[in-house]
Design a protein. Structure first.
Lengths: 671, 155
């Protein structure tokens, strides 16, 4: 079996090389059969990668402990679902999964475009296959997943049982978090490949934008979902109570999400006004390169992280791949500057167009700051000879103001008119959102809240909410009057008329809810106590009491939990049972926190263990206000993104308009 | 629930007790200083104060050392200085405002400044002069008719 798997990977690698050569030669010599042959090679390559993936999954599920990967990441006691998720639990398997997702994307692109974009397709195929070839090379030669255990390189050894998956990864969100994140990471190759194809062939118009718009939204959504699932996992499993720790690997996943968010905004400028063409290409390319860079960061051991894979020899390959592809992309963009000229002028600084420029600036500033902070310890060591730490306080100091500026622009954008906003227009549009913001801050101050950033954040949330609601309100009222519809049907009709615009507003509303959740961090409370069984201790409005300590085991781990009763003003509120586990194979202890989730605050309890002297349970208890709003915000964001994917009822045509003149009635007086 | 069967693991579970009174080093005084120091355990990006692993091999001894120095009436700055002397600048949670550390905060600010400059250049280059010709009523009426016609086609 291992031979078939290894052979499938090797053949897939050869087919990717063939596909690159056939595509490029076919395009150069105008030989259609070569182009079609390259596309068929993609289909065969997908079949081979799928075979290899299937074989590894089979080996994990059936416990083929002759394979080093299976022995290191699976064991007999693990539930079936975690045996499956062990596919991406280690370096070799996760790279195979990366290859499988990339091959599947390539297959879908080839099948979707059998009759479309024929001039672009050879270059799209070649770009995707260059990336595929690179990743196949890694698992064919550097970190093969089908390596067998052997004694002195001769006899194959079956160790009988494996080490098992890292216990921290044996949690339900970890079953879906990595594949969803990878669907995002890998998916950015498609817009990049079309952008590059368009650049090489000097396509007229914005065909690549229209073709890849949905890809960009879907991959952005996958990436965002993956990040949120990771945050949820950190919150529920790691036991430190945070959903975001500015860990290098977390940062690596966030960087391409930021640049792709910038792209999704600035692409509107290209669609509507034919502006920012070079910029959009830079954003698409940056997103793709940041995905590769993030993979490099996670797998090379360049930065220390609890999330990173073990150090491996693949780092230099990534550096070479990035250097070559970045150089080629820059050269291509520079050689095509004449064809990327802007079609429309910017009429006013106070306009929707400008708000997109500033939105992009803020998103990229955040991206740069996070990248800089992540790499600063490495840079400082390389240049100054001394490692300087950059930890969560620095990231918060830099990113909180940037995030608030972004939130402000989320509200400002819809209030500005395309092309130009007049002072009257500004006064009318900004009045009520500003009143809402000031009123919110006033009420919060009156309630005794004095934390500056929390006040500003909640005030801005109110500002943005007002603008979004008023956008829906104005449109809905107009449709109700015009079409004699009820309120809800009118909202649906309005959204259906321009799904991207109103879906986008819903996404913004999701972001607002998330910011409400982030603001809650300013009011966190916690206590750490060694409490005797039966002894009470306070936390915020709660009184907590450990009533019992229980112990037990199953095939996979032994556990010990503390039963904790929470009361409010003497009335029973809830009973929580945080647990500590020790996994049999790895003998690694893991905390399973208990959380009582509420809309206003989460009661979060970690059972840290028994004090050695006192033999009393040590309890870390936290109150995290508003955290549930982050997860709620995600669902709204998901809903809005799905609406953006629905075709609009009214086909939007963005004519490249310009002002040809003004009526003499409104013309400014001339001397 | 199955009855316990693996006594070795239970011994291990009992053995994995927390160091005596490790929770006593989570006080507000210790946190005040610990907030300025990075946890160098390699598994988190927290400070000594916010690292939640009570038995962390770096933050627990660090907290104990802070407590000891505070007992000896050492000032906060001197405690932080002592950590830097022992571990180097990486002991600090945030880069210092001196030497190469200045670049940590300055670079993103400079980058935003450069970004604003680029936007300024873009606006200067692509902003159309604000001069459009005045049109006669007849020309305006022609455009108005065209707008009405296109609007009527919308639905």
């Amino acid at each position: 079996m291992e031979n078939i798997g290894a052979l499938a990977i090797l053949l897939a690698f050869c087919l990717s090389i063939f596909s690159i050569v056939a595509s490029l030669v076919g395009a150069w010599k105008q030989k259609q059969f070569l182009i079609v042959s390259a596309e068929r090679a993609v289909i065969c390559m997908w079949a081979l990668v799928t075979t290899a993936s299937g074989l590894l999954i089979y080996a994990l599920m059936t416990g083929d402990y002759r394979l080093a990967y299976v022995a290191a990441h699976s064991n007999k006691a693990m539930p079936m679902i975690y045996k499956f998720s062990a596919w991406w639990g280690g370096q070799e398997g996760s790279l195979l999964m990366w290859n499988f997702i990339l091959a599947t994307y390539a297959l879908v692109v080839v099948l979707q475009n059998r009759r479309k974009h024929r001039a672009l397709m050879p270059y799209v195929t070649a770009t995707m296959m260059v990336t595929q070839g690179f990743f196949l090379m890694l698992i064919a030669f550097s970190v093969p997943p089908f390596q067998v255990l052997s004694t002195g390189g001769k006899a194959i050894v079956d160790v009988g049982d494996g080490q098992g998956l890292n216990p921290l990864l044996q949690y339900w969100t970890m079953v879906i978090h990595p594949p969803i994140l990878y669907l995002g990471y890998v998916g950015y190759i498609v817009p990049f490949a079309f952008a590059l194809g368009s650049l090489i062939t000097r396509q007229k118009g914005d065909e690549w934008i229209f073709t890849t718009r949905r890809w960009a939204i879907v991959t952005w959504l996958f990436q965002g979902t993956g990040i949120l699932l990771g945050a949820g996992w950190a919150y529920s499993v790691l036991g430190w109570g945070g959903y975001w720790g500015w860990d290098p690997v977390e940062n690596a996943s966030f960087l391409p999400w930021l640049t792709s968010t910038a792209f999704l905004h600035s692409v509107t400028m290209q669609e509507k006004k034919g502006m920012m063409k070079v910029w959009n290409l830079v954003l698409v390319a940056s997103t793709f390169f940041l995905c590769i860079f993030g993979t490099f960061l996670t797998r090379s051991g360049i930065v220390s992280s609890v999330h990173a894979f073990a150090q491996s020899p693949i780092g230099p390959y990534f550096v070479a791949f990035l250097a070559i592809t970045i150089a080629i992309t820059i050269l291509l963009i520079l050689s095509r500057l004449d064809y990327l000229k802007s079609e429309s002028p910017l009429e006013s600084v106070v306009s929707r167009e400008s708000s997109f420029l500033f939105n992009n600036l803020i998103l990229l500033a955040s991206c740069f700051a996070i990248l800089w902070g992540t790499l600063f310890p490495v840079i400082s060591e390389a240049i100054a000879g001394e490692k300087i730490s950059v930890d969560a306080p620095w990231f918060n100091r830099v990113n909180v103001p940037i995030g608030l500026a972004l939130l402000f622009l989320t509200g400002v954008g819809p209030l500005l008119a395309w092309r130009r906003s007049t002072p009257d227009n500004l006064k009318r549009n900004f009045l009520w959102p500003t009143v809402a913001m000031v009123a919110t801050i006033g009420i919060l101050v009156a309630m005794g809240i004095s934390h500056f950033y929390a006040l500003l954040s909640l005030g801005l949330c109110s500002f943005v909410t007002w603008t979004i609601v008023s956008e829906f309100w104005k449109g809905t009222m107009a449709i109700m009057q015009k079409d004699a519809l009820g309120f809800i049907p009118a909202v649906i009709a309005l959204t259906h008329r321009n799904t991207r615009r109103y879906g986008g507003y819903i996404v913004h509303m999701g972001i607002v809810l998330m910011f409400i959740g982030f603001s809650g961090a300013a009011f966190n409370k916690d206590t750490t106590v060694e409490a005797k069984v039966g002894e009470k201790f306070p936390l915020g409005r709660y009184e907590l009491k450990v009533t019992e300590i229980k112990t037990g085991q199953n095939e996979n781990f032994i556990w010990q939990n503390a039963v904790i009763e929470a009361t409010i003003d003497g009335k029973p509120f809830t009973t929580l049972t945080p647990e500590r586990r020790i996994y049999e194979k790895s003998q690694q202890p893991v905390s399973m926190v208990a959380i009582k989730r509420q809309l206003n605050e989460d009661l979060y309890i970690n059972f840290a263990g028994m004090g050695s002297g006192s033999q009393q349970p040590t309890i870390q208890a936290y109150v995290f206000p508003l955290v549930s709003w982050i997860w709620l915000g995600y669902w709204i964001l998901l809903f809005g993104s799905l609406i953006c994917l629905v075709p609009a009822k009214v086909k939007m045509q963005y004519a490249r308009t310009e002002v040809v003149g003004v009526s003499t009635k409104h013309a400014p007086a001339t001397k | 629930m199955r009855p316990p069967r693996n006594s070795v693991l239970f011994v291990l579970l009992a053995g994995l007790c927390l160091a005596q009174s490790s929770s006593q080093y989570v006080t507000s005084e210790i946190r005040r200083v610990g907030d300025k120091l990075a946890c160098l355990c390699g598994a988190c990006k927290n400070t000594v104060a916010t690292c939640q692993m009570l038995e962390c091999h770096y933050s627990l001894p660090a907290r104990q050392r802070i407590a000891k120095m505070q007992k000896d009436a050492t000032s906060d700055a001197a405690i932080v200085g002592e950590f830097v002397k022992r571990e180097g600048k990486k002991a600090l949670a945030e880069p210092p405002n001196e030497g190469f550390g200045v670049l940590a905060l300055a670079t993103p600010v400079i980058a935003v400044g450069l970004g604003l400059g680029l936007i300024g250049l873009f606006i200067r280059r692509y902003r159309k002069p604000n001069s459009v010709p005045a049109m006669s009523d007849e020309e305006v009426r022609k455009y108005q008719d065209q707008i009405d016609k296109e609007f009527s086609k919308l639905d």
